[in-house]
Design a protein around this ligand. Structure first.
Ligand code: SAT
Ligand code: MN
Length: 595
């Protein structure tokens, strides 16, 4: 086991509070994993899928109240509300701890308390961090084993004197003597807590067993807490995919990209280029940690070791690499189950077999208005088994980033691609990304823009205005030509209700343009909002996109941009004095350019 006194004391401390039946130190081995899976199958929590169709894969259904991250129950417990900023829920750290200790007391009675040491990032990398999560959920253990480097090896990296990020988790469902367990123990929504303590770098979670609420290495650690570490230590923890792209000459570059949810981040990370001779490989589909290297460039690692992806609409045609990644060694949650113990979901590419069960375990009725797979149903699979995995995904140094992309789902205004004139301008672009509301959302009108700065709105562990400032400040730490170039992309522009750009694999054409710009090829021209491709610079050979459509996809409409600027000014108001003056200046420049 471990000689790390801090860890031993910490585990003993929580044992007293949680009062579990026993303690299990996770070694992360194949054998341990199989034992835990077998016991979940025996108790009816998991179903082993058809060994011929989905070898070594398992199926889970959650409680109705436990199907997604719950932002209303996610708290940033900084010393003051100002430190959490206008985009976070703030709670007083001491008050919150008192409140949670009440529910934590005895919360693991009748259950096993698992202790999971894990590394976010390649084992032993100077860009990685060690965490230890305590949990009473075996579901969480088998998921953390895929999503992180979990077990003895992480404990070895921690060593005798190493420090770890403490992550506390309980589903909040103690079992009294003789009490029968339920299939998915958790608490009702209003009794769940997902708390980050930025000052002490702790994570306390209670009442949920699902996704980012419970797999604490992911959003809680790798984004909310890591963003604070990054601010303090001079690096970036971002909600970004990382991909490698190779041109026909064999030259390779790496790109990181941030998009709000439901904009196809996993699809872009695993894209199969349609243009001959180009190759895209995946380093990660969700999170990037970026630090300056000795050479003054930004180097990125993916702190995760697996994919936790949305299942519906994943098929061999929409995302072949994702589809092939989840044919074995995969955990499925809240999808449909076929009579021969295979999985099914909307958009899988074939009819639902008769007699399948939906995610609520009812026989699926094709005529029902409810889907068979829950809309946020997930697959969990190791990165290494994606056919397009980049060999550098486990590289301790990470990969040098040449370009950063920001995007959103915008039907109007934003062209297919444009380039920031400089770093600060790029920071401005990242600060105002968002998606238009497509169907009515409570409190927002259709067509209204929902801002999601840097796609970090639910994931920034401190004041978002200070986060913008951190980005600005980092841009001063190296020579300008060593910084990644920043681009804005929009695959979703429409004309008369019809998409102007085909998207998916064809996005490789835009990536190829970006690649060539990173080699400073003379293929861009100035526009009021940034640099745009010269006519013909994006290869549309063999596409059904006409020159006129291309013009519309690239159009910069003065009226639309005036509206955009008014929206931005209004949005910036919420940050008050925390908004960097550089962002106001960049906005003013665009305003002047449009005159
Ligand atoms: O549940 S997660 O936070 O891991 C996934 C997501 O919401 O992006
Ligand atoms: Mn995400």
């Amino acid at each position: 086991m471990t000689k790390n006194i801090e860890l031993i004391n910490w585990v003993n401390h929580w044992k007293e509070i949680f009062q579990p039946k026993n303690i299990h130190w996770c070694d992360g081995s194949e054998e341990e994993n199989q034992n835990i899976l077998d016991s979940m199958v025996a108790s009816g929590v998991a179903i082993k899928l058809n060994e011929e169709k989905k070898p070594n894969s398992y199926y889970f259904q959650t409680d109705d109240s436990d199907v997604a991250r719950i932002e209303s129950r996610t708290f940033i417990c900084s010393e003051t509300p100002e430190k959490a900023g206008p985009t976070n829920n703030w709670e007083d750290p001491n008050k919150m701890k008192q409140e949670m200790l009440k529910v934590y007391k005895g919360a693991m009675k009748g259950r096993t308390m698992y202790v999971m040491p894990f590394s976010m990032g390649p084992l032993g990398s100077d860009k990685s961090y060690i965490g230890v999560q305590i949990t009473d959920s075996p579901y969480v253990v088998v998921h953390m084993r895929i999503m992180t480097r979990m077990g003895t090896k992480a404990l070895e990296v921690l060593g005798e004197n190493g420090h770890f990020i403490p992550c506390i988790h309980s589903v909040g469902y103690p079992l009294e003597e003789g009490q029968k367990d339920v299939k998915w123990p958790c608490r009702p929504i209003e009794e769940k807590y997902i708390c980050q303590f930025p000052q002490t770098k702790e994570i306390w979670s209670y009442g949920s067993g699902y996704g980012g609420n419970a797999l604490l290495g992911k959003k809680c650690f790798a984004l909310r807490i890591a963003s604070v570490l990054g601010k303090e230590e001079g690096w970036l923890a971002e909600h970004m995919l990382i991909l490698g792209i190779t041109n026909p000459k064999g030259e390779k570059k790496y790109i990181a990209a941030a998009f709000p949810s439901a904009c196809g981040k996993t699809n872009l990370a695993m894209l199969i280029p349609t243009i001959p001779g180009w190759k895209v490989e995946t380093i990660g589909d969700d999170i990037a940690w970026m630090k300056f290297g000795q050479d003054g460039r930004l180097w990125a690692i993916n702190p995760e070791n697996g994919f936790f992806g949305v299942v519906p609409q994943t098929s061999i045609s929409t995302n072949p690499n994702a589809y092939l990644s989840i044919q074995h060694n995969t955990l499925f949650t809240n999808v449909g189950l076929t009579p021969d113990n295979d999985v099914w979901w909307e958009g899988i590419g074939y009819e639902c077999p008769e007699g399948s069960l939906d995610w609520k375990n009812r026989v699926y009725d094709k005529n029902s208005s409810e889907p068979c797979a829950q809309s946020n149903s997930r697959f969990t699979a190791p990165i290494a088994q994606c056919p397009a995995t980049d060999p550098a995904y486990d590289e301790t140094n990470g990969v040098p980033i040449s370009a950063i992309l920001f995007g959103g789902r915008r039907q109007t205004t934003v062209p297919l691609v444009y380039e920031a004139k400089n770093w600060n301008h790029g920071v401005m672009i990242g600060s105002v990304i968002g998606s238009e509301i497509t169907s009515a959302v409570i409190g927002l009108k259709e067509g209204e823009l929902r801002h999601d700065p840097f796609a970090m709105k639910p994931f920034c562990g401190y004041n978002m205005g200070d986060y913008f400032q951190h980005w600005i400040d980092l841009g001063k730490k190296t020579e300008q030509d060593k910084l990644p170039k920043i681009f804005c992309v929009n695959w979703f522009r429409k004309d008369n209700g019809k998409w102007l750009w085909p998207g998916y694999g064809e996005n490789s054409r835009v990536l190829a343009y970006i690649f060539d710009r990173c080699n400073n090829e003379d293929i861009a021209i100035d526009s009021p909002i940034g640099k745009i491709p010269k006519p013909g610079a994006i290869n549309i050979e063999g596409l059904k996109v006409s020159e006129q459509d291309m013009e519309k996809a690239m159009k910069i409409d003065k009226k639309e941009w005036e509206t955009e600027i008014i929206r931005t000014e209004k949005f910036y108001e919420i940050f008050g004095s925390h908004l960097p003056k550089e962002l106001r200046e960049e906005l003013q420049t665009i305003k002047d350019n449009l005159k």
